[in-house]
Design a protein around this ligand. Structure first.
Ligand code: PMT
Length: 405
């Protein structure tokens, strides 16, 4: 995939920079043309000579280098922005992440980030101390960049330069090349391209009092995998999610909510404009009628909480949808029961339902895999094998594309 691809590798000043000559070697061995942009701090950790030797070219960094005389060299950032098929920044430090998220462009790396053509992918590989990585400012800046469409390759856990163990290590260069390779894979000619896809994901939390809630085990993995796959197919994707600890997939707009009522309010704002609604969330069917202010006291041996029905989000969408809009639902059961899925397809007015069983080890909540049976409005039933949630998401979207025919 990388044969003939033009890759800019941005290197920032972190200890993981020592791995970058190997990364350049892997990229060039895969057939890519590599230009290295290093910040001044990066060159304190890795030598310019090593990088220029392995990349077979100069290391760029100084925006105002005195030896740039040719006309094209004076606008090198523009030339590079046009030249590159992708930009990889590894390691990406907290400082560079902050500067990029703020739109600053006062060195060669940041100016190239801004000058890169908008359809070209950016892979950010943060590496730093785990506490720095988890700090609110780094999380906020990464989330801004993810919303802009940058792919974030999460750091790994292990021994850090400080001697401590934890999250923050830069993934090995092999994984960086593999991820880039996947990002540059040409998009299949998808019917989802340009379509608006609205996805619900994760659990909802229904307040009992100010410190307790009713909820379920949904992790959001299934919904987020669908969002990532739809975005890769060129769809315009929004995800309305209950509380989950997952990174926002590249190019996906994320709206965080807590309760079913909030999920309903946030989703319904986009009902009219979306082409496809996919309900992967495990929405609580009931909520406590009157959440107690403060903390409930345990004075009585038993307690009753009166529950009232929550709005059914996907049913509300289906009831008002235009014929060209698609409603795709999930049906979760704890055993067998494909009949329940058929009932949901009919009662909720769905075009397709993905039936899954919660077996605690391979399918349903929390795990990384799922076994889906897809039932569509025309009576077609497809039983999928055990797949990763990413693969299952792809197969679900293939079925959605069939319905768009
Ligand atoms: O998040 P993970 O840990 O990856 O787990 C994935 C999953 C198991 C949550 C997912 O695959 C799944 O099955 N989601 C739907 C779970 C569910 O609540 O099913 P249900 O049978 O109760 O609901 C049927 C459909 O109606 C679903 O599309 C649901 O999103 C929707 N619904 C339900 C109730 C409600 N008030 N509003 C809704 O929109």
């Amino acid at each position: 995939m990388l044969t003939g691809k033009n890759i800019i590798l941005g290197i920032c000043g972190g200890i993981a920079a020592y791995k970058t000559p190997h990364l350049v070697r892997l990229l060039t061995k895969s057939g890519a043309n590599v230009k290295v942009l290093a910040t001044a701090s990066a060159l304190k950790f890795v030598s310019e000579l090593s990088l220029s030797t392995v990349s077979r070219g100069p290391v760029l960094g100084d925006m105002f280098a005195a030896d740039r005389s040719a006309e094209s060299d004076q606008t090198l950032h523009i030339t590079l922005g046009e030249w590159a098929d992708a930009l990889v920044i590894a390691p990406a430090t907290a400082n560079t992440i902050a500067r990029l998220s703020a739109g600053m462009c006062d060195d060669m790396l940041s100016v190239c980030f801004i000058a890169l053509r908008p359809d070209k992918p950016v892979l950010l590989v943060p590496a730093m101390d785990g506490h720095m990585y988890e700090s609110p400012s780094v999380r906020r800046n990464l989330s801004v960049l993810a919303t802009q469409g940058c792919r974030i390759l999460e750091p790994e856990s292990g021994e850090l330069a400080s001697g401590q163990c934890g999250l923050g290590r830069m993934p090995e260069p092999e994984l960086i090349v593999e991820t880039l390779d996947e990002m540059l894979e040409p998009l299949p000619d998808s019917r989802l391209k340009g379509r608006q896809v609205l996805i619900t994901a994760g659990p909802t939390r229904e307040k009992i009092d100010d410190v307790r809630f009713l909820s379920n085990y949904s992790s959001g993995k299934m919904g987020f995998a669908i969002a990532a796959a739809a975005a890769r197919r060129g769809a315009v994707v929004r995800i309305v999610t209950g509380p989950v600890s997952l990174a926002t997939p590249s190019g996906v707009e994320r709206i965080d909510v807590e309760s079913a009522v909030e999920m309903m309010e946030a989703s319904s704002r986009f009902f009219d404009e979306c082409d496809i609604f996919i309900g992967a969330a495990a929405v609580a069917d009931y909520r406590p009628e009157t959440p107690v202010e403060g903390k409930l006291k345990k004075n009585e041996p038993t307690m009753e909480i009166r529950l009232v029905r929550n709005p059914d989000i996907i049913a509300a969408f289906s009831a008002g949808k235009r014929p060209a809009q698609l409603a795709i639902g999930f049906a979760l059961e704890t055993a067998g029961g494909i009949g329940y899925a058929k009932e949901k397809l009919e009662n909720k007015g769905l075009d397709l339902v993905a039936f899954n069983v919660y077996d605690r080890s391979t399918s349903g909540f929390e795990v990384d895999t799922n076994v889906l049976t897809l039932l569509d409005r025309d009576g077609t039933v497809s039983e999928l094998p055990l797949l990763s949630k990413e693969e299952a998401a792809g197969r679900l979207l293939d079925a959605v594309e069939q319905l768009l025919q």
